[in-house]
Design a binder for this molecule. Structure first.
Ligand code: NAP
Length: 277
């Protein structure tokens, strides 16, 4: 088994904790398959798992953790508060912890700002308390727009450690990333590989070819070198291994510039929009 702790670099968070920069996402992993998938991911070397209450696979993730024999302090487990639970985050986290079989998560995120509901600030205040109670080591948000971040920071004085957002080579979120950098918020990329269809931009194919790696590996390397936390998902063990094998090569400045130019701005967005969800 790969020694994940020496392979995967960690990023320091603004609360003093650290997050492994490469993790494993389980969105759209069938609950019935989750234990097998996460057990495979552990065997490949992943120690950072990203789930959410709405994925309905926290129990399967928990079973894989329980049978893995991996020490709790070697794992980094994230789950997320679903939109309809924003007014009762404490109960929602306790339900997630029960399903995961854990007494704390390493990172708890508000899944969406959900402006239609209007409870994101209340949820953030609850997450601050949950962190103080030790139920979540770090707390953050997901899909927050600049105005959502500004609101929670201004109202509570507590800056989210992480904002997990859609981000890939064709949708690079430059403005949001600049705001994150200014405020010490780590950027975590969902749909890191584009969510299904890996980009076929010629510049990407060229970079991959130059290093003798797959386009997916070149993309993940780009994420790592541009400071993102990444959580690619695959249900196939060979792809899990491919996506983990991204520490043996380095993109040069010209290659990074070529990939920067693949950005299509808003036209590159593939997932849901935080204004609407
Ligand atoms: N916060 C949010 O709102 C939010 C939203 C979406 C996702 N997420 C998180 O982000 C994680 C990653 O996003 P995602 O799973 O949606 O998308 P992704 O990781 O960008 O892409 C996953 C897709 O790419 C395929 N794939 C994986 N490795 C590949 C490779 N090496 N070559 C070619 N295809 C490959 C997978 O198929 P196979 O499984 O068949 O290999 C799957 O269809 C999620 O699992 C979840 O944890 C968060």
């Amino acid at each position: 088994m790969t020694d994940a702790r020496t392979t995967v670099p960690e990023l320091k968070l603004n609360d003093g904790n650290a997050i492994p920069q490469l993790g494993f996402g389980v969105f759209r992993v069938d609950p019935a398959e989750a234990t097998r998938v996460v057990s495979d991911a552990f065997e490949v070397g992943y120690r950072h798992i990203d789930t959410a209450a709405i994925y309905r696979n926290e129990e399967g993730v928990g079973a894989a953790i329980a049978s893995s024999g991996i020490r709790r302090d070697e794992l980094f487990i994230t789950t997320k508060l679903w939109n309809s639970d924003q007014t009762h985050a404490s109960e929602a986290l306790k339900t997630s912890l029960d399903k995961l079989g854990l007494d704390h998560v390493d990172l708890y995120l508000i899944h969406w700002p959900h402006p239609k509901g209007g409870h994101a600030l209340e949820a953030w205040q609850s997450l601050i308390e949950l962190q103080q109670q030790g139920l979540a080591t770090s707390i953050g948000v997901s899909n927050f727009r600049i105005q959502d971040l500004e609101q929670v920071i201004a109202e509570t004085g507590v800056t989210p450690a992480v904002n997990q957002v859609e981000l890939h080579v064709e949708f690079q979120q430059r403005e949001l990333k600049a705001f994150h950098a200014e405020h010490g918020i780590a950027t975590e990329a969902w749909y890191p590989l584009g969510g299904g269809e890996v980009s076929t931009a010629p510049a990407l194919l060229e970079v991959a070819k130059a290093h003798g790696v797959t386009p997916a590996q070149a993309i993940l390397r780009w994420h790592l070198q541009t400071g993102n936390v990444v959580i690619p998902k695959s249900s196939r063990k060979e792809r899990m291994a491919e996506n983990f094998d991204v520490f043996g090569f380095e993109l040069n400045d010209a290659e990074l510039a070529a990939l920067a130019a693949v950005d299509r701005g808003e036209a590159g967005r593939r997932g849901g929009h935080p204004d609407e969800l």
